[in-house]
Design a protein around this ligand. Structure first.
Ligand code: ASP
Length: 636
């Protein structure tokens, strides 16, 4: 039995914390609300009279023809038929005259597809099933036809039956029959439809397709290459339609959008795919606030009605604040445990390693508070936390436990003076049984480490039953004022774009471009949802000379590769800006799916392959592979 049916019957919780009946109800509701609250014609153009899931007491007495899959059979008397819309119980005729119908319905294997005709009747009193939307009625079958039989299934199509992802991907067409996949893909379609409606019908955007076969572009992620007919010549698949959308603005299209397929040759991870979809947007004569309001309106308009409504405007935080408080440029603001700078508490400390760090120009001491950590964290957790710090950050972390009656328990406890202890309790708002994780080092490194440990500890606490992040909460955040450039990972003496090379500098920092470019802030904004980056964009450079200077002088890129764009900027390019939303990630968060592969009909597996070797012909040609992108940069 399918998970949703199972939950439906047993009233278990769905992944979003509601009963499946509610989920099913909300799916039907969202289908109904799809186009201006008109109920779609689910049975137009086909021979069925109704869908299985739509039948109710109001249909009593009607003669219906249904098509669907056999979900299960009970004692050769009842059969539950399923289509995309839901389940309906059929009563298998037992009289001699209907022997052939009985034979078909009793012998066809589960998941075979059949056509049945019959009458909608009431279930006998006491046999109604209140957990099933069609539970008051059943179909008295008169005729049946086996349209196609189903072989022995490779796995049961029930969500609670664990199956490997490889098997699910190999038999994706069966996996797609599950309630969860049906829900995810239909919700995705609904949201995209509403986004189109909002952009085109309410705000005059034009939906324009841009080429998929393109040429190599500077910066960003590795690109896939496609051999052309000319030996030795290749196309590149675009990482995004960035250059085209800017050219469209020069072309006076004014407001562009596209549900765009993008390609980046990076491994598949729970939140990444080498081939993915963006809601790509560009506007002329707009500033950062304009783009932000547009996106807030877009999400509010397209948000599923069974979720809590989106509250706008979204809060905003500078990159510097995000790093200092959460240790990342994509903070999960659903819970606290913020990073606190406690350098001042330890200025005169006797703890040697803190003294050493604080004597350096950029040295800091920082900590996070783990509420009731002494109660929930085990010794092995602390060991694994210290190991993460040592392995990934080459950095020491000290756990400090505040025990009952305010006794410290830590390797450095004896060196913490009474005054320091009181100050620490005040600054970090410590309570008994709290633990603080303390580290010392250069600002950025210490913040990144504590940012990572903050998330690790949240996972640990949640695994022990503490509710830190409400699964029904959607916490949006704009991160703004990014630096325009970051030092290159492989060569920190050189600069690379933090977003992409077309991003405009912050107007108040233009002069710094010529003196201290590493200090220039940009007009780049990222949209973060529950700790995941779901979008990013910028106001663009529309001045060819400035663009050339940044590309050639600061980024040391080959400007010839972008001559078409540079030329275009010289022909009256309007000021413009845009953004791209990662559709797969967004839908993944909205549905609560564990991986973006669960919201894509045919995703790539972990290694970036299609699971069926017959349809996987991934080239191993490394010739055009480009440098690995930095993890947090948004390639073009
Ligand atoms: N093209 C950018 C990206 O894919 C988004 C943008 O700047 O509009 O991340």
């Amino acid at each position: 039995m399918f998970c949703w049916l199972n939950r439906l019957y047993r009233g278990l919780s769905s992944p979003t914390g509601r009963t499946t009946q509610l989920i099913w109800g909300s799916l039907s509701r969202s289908l109904v609300l799809s186009s201006r609250r008109r109920i779609p014609e689910f049975s137009s153009f086909v021979a069925r009279t109704n869908t299985c899931g739509e039948l109710r007491s109001s249909h009593l007495g009607q003669e219906v023809t249904l098509f669907g899959w056999i979900q299960y059979r009970r004692q050769n008397t009842f059969l539950v038929l399923r289509d995309f819309h839901g389940l309906i119980q059929l009563v298998i005729p037992q009289d001699e005259s209907a022997a052939s119908v009985k034979k078909i319905l009793c012998e066809a294997p589960v998941e075979s597809v059949v056509r049945v005709s019959g009458t909608v009747i009431s279930r006998p009193p006491g046999q109604e099933n209140p957990k099933m939307p069609t539970g008051e009625i059943e179909i008295k079958v008169k005729t049946a036809e086996l349209l196609n039989s189903c072989k022995k299934l490779p796995f049961e199509i029930k969500d609670f039956v664990k199956k490997t992802e490889a098997l699910r991907l190999q038999y994706r067409y069966l996996d797609l029959r599950s309630f969860q996949m049906q829900y995810n893909l239909r919700l995705r379609s609904q949201m995209v439809m509403k986004m189109r409606e909002y952009l085109c019908n309410l705000h005059g955007f034009v939906d324009i397709e841009t080429p998929t076969l393109f040429k190599k572009t500077p910066g960003g992620a590795k690109e896939f290459v496609v051999p052309s007919r000319e030996p030795g010549k290749f196309y590149s698949l675009p990482q995004s339609p960035q250059q085209f959308k800017q050219l469209l603005m020069v072309g006076g299209l004014d407001r562009y959008f596209q549900v765009a397929r993008c390609y980046r040759d990076e491994g598949s991870r729970p939140d990444r795919q080498p081939e993915f979809t963006q809601i790509d947007i560009e506007m002329s004569f707009v500033d950062q606030t304009g783009i932000q309001s547009l996106i807030e309106g877009l999400l509010q308009y397209s948000w599923p009605r069974d979720k809590d409504p989106v509250v706008v405007p979204f809060p905003s935080m500078t990159f510097a604040e995000a790093l200092a408080t959460y240790g990342t440029d994509k903070p999960d603001t659903r819970f606290g445990m913020k990073i606190v700078d406690i350098s001042d508490v330890f200025r005169n400390t006797e703890v040697r390693f803190l003294q050493d760090v604080l004597s350096k120009p950029k040295g800091t001491v920082k900590a996070i508070r783990i509420p009731e950590g002494a109660k929930y964290l085990k010794r092995k957790d602390i060991e694994s936390i210290r190991k993460v710090a040592a392995d990934h950050f080459n950095q020491e972390v000290l756990p400090v436990f505040l025990k009952a009656s305010r006794h410290w328990n830590s390797p450095v406890a004896e060196f913490i003076l009474e005054k320091q202890s009181l100050e620490l309790i005040r600054l970090m708002e410590l309570q008994e049984e709290d633990v603080i994780l303390l580290t010392a080092g250069e600002h950025r490194k210490a913040c990144s480490l504590l940012g990572k440990l903050r998330l690790e500890c949240a996972d640990l606490l949640e695994a022990r039953g503490v509710v830190l992040r409400d699964p029904a909460l959607f916490s949006f955040l704009w991160v703004v004022d990014f630096p325009l450039f970051l030092p290159k990972e492989e060569n920190p003496g050189e600069l690379e774009s933090a977003h992409h090379p077309f991003t405009a500098p912050h107007p108040s920092d233009i002069q710094l471009l010529y003196t201290e470019p590493e200090k220039v802030r940009s007009q780049h904004y990222d949209l973060v949802l529950n700790g995941s980056e779901i979008g990013g964009g910028s106001i663009r450079i529309h001045d060819a000379e400035l663009q050339r200077y940044i590309l050639a002088t600061l980024l040391k890129e080959d400007v010839k590769l972008l001559s078409h764009l540079l030329q275009a900027l010289d022909y009256g390019a309007p000021p413009h800006g845009g953004i791209a939303l990662g559709l797969d990630r967004l839908i993944c968060l909205v549905t609560g799916a564990p991986s973006i592969r669960d919201v894509i009909a045919f995703p790539k597996s972990f290694r970036g392959l299609k699971s069926d070797p017959e349809i996987c012909h991934r080239s191993d040609n490394q010739a055009f592979r480009r440098k690995k992108s930095r993890q947090h940069s948004s390639p073009q």
